[in-house]
Ligand binder design. Structure first.
Ligand code: ATP
Length: 445
């Protein structure tokens, strides 16, 4: 993880938030390449669950919602985690369930920091609250949403009517969520402000099991199609004691992070709990009525809920590789070309003798088809190392031969193979290459 954090900072993927003031704990800002990478993760998710399906539509709900939402959802009452405080030296607070998970059932819990005794667990509300308008009283209290899901549930009726959909159909949303986590950490794995990518898929109750399985498979496939190594990915079914009271089944997609196997995404059968609760608290009927059959029911919900930051971290970690080429160490991010922040770099061998000008012309054409970079500063080897570290899959070098025959070299990031191609064919070739099926190379790590 240290190598990832160092590379993030060195190449401008992710910075500590408010660093000049000493930083804000567990809060991060995405720099240029980090923003591009996370945007690509979100775009690929959207492409897979909305664009390529006929049964899911999009939504972008507000972060602030009517406070009753959180009564109905149960967050006000139960969005609290049992918290224990160290009575020993360090006085740190910990999530009791996390400590228990790390240790295993039955083991006596001690403070992981100083080994001190722990207090009895206390409830702690994880929602951030703020006030709407100038007066800070109970009437004005609102919450920063702790999940995007509720914005979908409260819009169920609006969307079903306007999108002309009937179950089975889903609503997808990407957006920020906030949780006052007690033990954030491990870089962007667990933070207090993060982004979720959630689908609420509404189904006839008797089809819930079938769709639950469908989404488990789909979501696992998404990660592996984008290059996550299959032996670093697994599905873990929740035991009965782990299930929320309303869920009849939950499985986590887990990834083998440097901190061990950890949740990447949760897929849950939430039954009709959410719609029924919002119907009860709002007085609105939230059900499906089939005019032809006269059938009426509250749909069950299958929820695949992923974290955009956590997925970005997984792709980042999974792609990180080091190798030795002719006695020199090379760090390379073997990202799927679809996820790579920059798809192609255009590098003149030297910046004199008119090569720079030719390279600029090539670059002008290539950037029309894919995110690209032009770089003429420093030795060619250094420029390639920089591109390898940000995961650029295709490198184009303009050399003296280009002047004679208008061909360039096209270098493959992973195999380091170089081929000579006509520069006029590059835009079409690259446009195809970065979108085509891609086989992840074997890593050295
Ligand atoms: P955890 O136990 O790891 O805190 P959770 O089970 O509370 O996660 P869910 O409520 O199921 O998480 O949220 C769905 C997804 O949102 C998670 O799988 C994760 O990818 C992401 N997520 C949740 N909390 C955080 C967080 N604090 N920071 C970053 N991502 C998060």
């Amino acid at each position: 993880m240290e190598k990832i954090v160092a590379l993030s900072k060195r190449r401008g993927f992710i910075f500590q938030s408010s660093e000049i003031y000493g930083g804000l704990a567990s809060t991060y800002d995405y720099g240029h390449y980090g923003t591009l990478l996370k945007n690509n993760v979100k775009a690929e998710w959207w492409r897979s669950v909305v664009q390529e399906r006929d049964d899911v539509v999009g939504l972008d709900a507000a972060i602030l919602m009517h406070p009753k939402t959180w009564e109905a959802s149960g967050h006000l009452e139960s969005f609290s985690d049992p918290l224990v405080q160290c009575n020993g030296k360090c006085k740190k607070r910990w999530r009791e369930d996390h400590l228990q998970e790390d240790l295993g059932e039955g083991e006596e819990l001690r403070c992981p920091e100083c080994g001190g005794e722990l207090s009895d667990p206390r409830e702690f509300n994880l929602m951030f609250e703020t006030f709407m308008g100038p007066v800070q009283d109970d009437q004005a209290r609102v919450y920063l949403r702790p999940e995007t899901a509720q914005g979908i549930f409260v819009n169920f009726k609006n969307v079903m009517q306007t999108a002309r959909k009937k179950p089975p159909f889903g609503i997808a949303q990407i957006g920020k969520a906030f949780r006052n986590e007690i033990t954030p950490g491990h870089f962007i794995f667990r933070t207090r402000e993060f982004e979720q990518m959630e689908i609420e898929f509404f189904v006839p109750p008797d089809e819930a099991e079938k769709w639950f399985k469908h989404w488990l498979k789909e979501r696992e496939r998404w990660y592996s199609d984008l290059g996550i190594r299959p032996d670093y990915l697994r599905m873990r079914e929740h035991g009965k004691e782990e299930l929320s009271h309303y869920s009849t089944g939950t499985s986590d997609v887990e990834y083998l992070f440097p901190i061990g196997w950890s949740e990447l995404e949760g897929v849950a059968n939430r039954t009709d709990y959410d719609l029924s609760r919002h119907a009860e608290f709002s007085g609105e009927k939230l059900e499906y009525f089939d005019q032809q059959s006269g059938e009426r029911y509250v749909p069950y919900v299958i929820e695949p809920s992923a974290g955009a930051d956590r997925a970005t971290l997984a792709f980042f970690v999974d792609a990180y590789d080091e190798e030795e080429i002719e006695g020199r160490k090379r760090t390379v991010l073997r990202l799927h070309p679809r996820l790579a922040p920059v798809k192609a770099s255009v590098l003149p061998l030297v910046s004199k003798d008119g090569l720079s000008e030719i390279a600029k012309d090539v670059y002008a054409e290539i950037r029309k088809v894919c995110p690209s970079e032009f770089d003429e500063g420093g030795s060619i080897g250094r420029r390639y190392r920089r591109q390898d570290e940000i995961g650029t899959p295709f490198g184009i070098t303009i050399d003296y031969q280009t002047k004679d025959d208008q061909t360039v070299t096209l270098r493959d990031r992973d195999s380091l193979e170089q081929e000579r191609v006509a520069s006029a064919e590059l835009p079409e070739l690259l446009d195809k290459k970065w979108k085509e099926d891609w086989q992840p190379p074997k890593l050295n790590q």
